[in-house]
Write a new protein. Structure first.
Ligand SMILES: Nc1ncnc2c1ncn2[C@@H]1O[C@H](COP(=O)(O)OP(=O)(O)OP(=O)(O)O)[C@@H](O)[C@H]1O
Ligand SMILES: [Mg+2]
Length: 234
């Protein structure tokens, strides 16, 4: 579904992510990991058309997205939930779910995944708690029925117990709808419990990629690549 081939991307001609090759298949959940500033958000932004691609390519279903606007990419089925969640504080929960023009059935299905939002339908997003806002951001993304879902730090500011409840919803959605999910997550071990595979970036370079099970089983290597020390240890 998604293929990055030797992608170098950033905000000007100097790339903050370099030579990254990565794939996400339909129905697959892939974790994008790495320390602060490693280039995770930039990678997601390059895919959704918000960062500059200096070389290499981004393909969705075999189609090269070079030169395509973020809106055109959204029309192809790429939905990006950014770090700041991208909610409109003055709009209610129900209004957010209606925004993309989803049918009632699709809106209800999104709410079914987050029962806590049901009683909050008429509440403005600005008055929701952090966890409720995060649920709304995901629920809204699901109403777009994405082919490719990009999630940037779903768990920002949330208690691990809440993250433990949100991540399986993502897994189940990917399984049921065949959505490809690329997920940036700081709760590494929680992410690797639901992911199929993971990639670790260090200072903009790919340090490690493997199945989630292998990454879970090799904490030392994972920690070393997190710290950008992988190459130095070889
Ligand atoms: N708009 C921007 N213009 C210029 N440089 C930027 C911009 N946004 C990010 N950067 C730089 O790009 C590098 C990678 O940042 P990025 O946000 O991709 O990291 P990250 O892995 O998402 O980190 P975090 O875990 O802190 O969110 C950093 O050095 C950052 O300072
Ligand atoms: Mg980031």
């Amino acid at each position: 579904m998604l293929e990055l081939y030797s992608l170098s991307a950033g905000y000007d001609s100097s790339s903050v992510v370099r030579d990254l090759s990565l794939t996400v298949a339909a129905g697959e959940v892939v974790a994008l990991l790495g320390a602060n500033g490693a280039g995770k958000t930039t990678t997601l932004r390059a895919i959704s058309g918000l960062a500059r691609v200096n070389s290499g390519s981004v393909r969705l279903d075999g189609v090269d997205l070079a030169g395509m606007s973020p809106t055109a990419r959204a029309r192809l089925g790429i939905v990006h939930v950014p770090e700041d969640r991208g909610l409109f504080f003055g709009l209610t929960v129900a209004e957010h779910l209606r925004l993309g023009g989803a049918t009632d059935e699709v809106q209800q299905a999104a709410l079914d995944r987050f029962p806590a939002l049901r009683g909050l339908r008429e509440r403005r997003a600005g008055l929701l708690s952090g966890g409720e806002q995060q649920m709304l951001a995901i629920a809204r993304a699901l109403t777009h029925e994405p082919k490719l879902l990009l999630l940037d730090e779903l768990s920002l500011g949330l208690a691990p117990v809440i993250v433990e409840r949100l991540l399986p919803v993502v897994r189940e959605f990917a399984d049921r709808h065949g959505t490809a999910v690329l997920m940036v997550e700081q709760h590494v071990h929680l992410a690797l419990e639901i992911a199929d595979r993971g990639y670790v970036l260090a200072h903009g370079d790919l340090a490690l990629s493997d199945s989630a099970a292998a990454l879970r089983g090799n904490s030392d290597l994972l920690t070393a690549s997190y710290l950008g020390e992988h190459a130095a240890h070889l």
